[in-house]
Design a binder for this molecule. Structure first.
Ligand code: NAD
Length: 267
């Protein structure tokens, strides 16, 4: 099994549709022992969702913007396991006035909230977990939405994702000496709670089906969960500072695909 004997922290499980839920499920199926984090008023929802995993894991409270809560999670994992082999960062938030086509009017406070919660927090969690990972090495994976392009509606979350990609590269630079890898998975659109918070997200999702050569199911986060498991495993031991696209191939196409019968490429 890909993750046998691995001790992993999985953040960001909210509902069974969460990308982190699919990642947690695949990780358990591949032999990992996991602990989840939830936060604030959503803790009880995360606890309920956790019970739907094959082997219901414990849920610790961790607001990614609260250094004391992050430190408390690191302490608890140290007591429990004495080490950590990797973690998934599946955390993002932007206030409504930082999304939805309001780019030019977004106040600095909202842009900073998006940056802190969605990008800086990757560094915050990595730094707190370092003492648990530096002896044996490990893997950090975060969830990205292709930040090399401007998207309709994504606005300051897109800027925050560009920062996340950069944070990932700097973590790769600074943690490689400990045998710790850092990689992003750039996912296609998936219908999760976070996505529902972005007005018009379904329109973006419908474009995906016309361009992704493999097709794309916005209700199926499992392909992303599998890539997360791969990057958390030793099979990816030569990969760091990378952004792996799990988007049905959308990012590699210049335009929508020709409709059937309208000039399909020869096979
Ligand atoms: N859904 C998509 O289309 C899509 C595509 C690409 C990348 N992503 C990314 O995947 C990640 C997970 O999102 P999702 O789509 O599974 O949605 P989700 O709503 O299921 O998960 C978002 C998570 O972020 C957590 N969160 C928000 N603020 C937090 C804070 N201050 N501290 C701790 N946790 C906090 C929420 O509790 C929730 O668990 C995010 O980084 C998102 O940007 C999503």
């Amino acid at each position: 099994m890909l993750l046998a004997d691995r001790k992993l922290l999985i953040t960001g499980v909210l509902t069974p549709q969460s990308i982190a839920f699919a990642s947690a499920q695949v990780a358990q199926e591949q032999g990992a022992e996991i602990v989840l984090t939830g936060f604030g008023r959503a803790m009880s929802i995360t606890e309920k969702t956790a019970r739907r995993l094959p082997d219901p894991p414990d849920v610790l409270e961790m607001d990614a913007n609260d250094p004391a809560q992050i430190a408390a999670v690191a302490d608890e994992l140290g007591r429990r396991w004495g080490r950590l082999d990797g973690f998934l960062h599946a955390i993002a938030f932007a206030p409504t006035d930082a999304l939805g086509g309001n780019f030019l009017a977004t106040p600095i406070e909202s842009a900073l909230t998006a940056f802190q919660t969605s990008a800086y927090s990757l560094k915050a969690v990595a730094a707190a977990m370092l003492p648990l990972m530096r002896e044996r090495g490990g893997a950090i994976v975060s969830l990205d939405f292709d930040a090399t392009k401007a998207w309709p509606l994504y606005d300051w979350m897109g800027v925050a994702k560009a920062a996340l990609e950069a944070v990932n590269r700097y973590l790769a630079r600074d943690l490689g000496r400990y045998g710790i890898r850092a990689n992003c998975v750039s996912a296609g659109p998936l219908r999760t709670m976070a996505a529902k918070g972005i007005p018009g997200y379904d329109d973006l999702a419908s474009v995906w089906g016309r361009r992704a050569p493999l097709g794309w199911d916005i209700t199926d986060p499992e392909p992303v969960g599998r890539a997360v498991a791969f990057l958390l495993s030793d099979w990816a031991r030569g990969i760091t500072g990378e952004i792996v696209h799990v988007d049905g191939g959308f990012h590699a196409m210049g335009t929508d695909l020709a409709p059937p019968g309208g000039g399909e490429p020869a096979r």
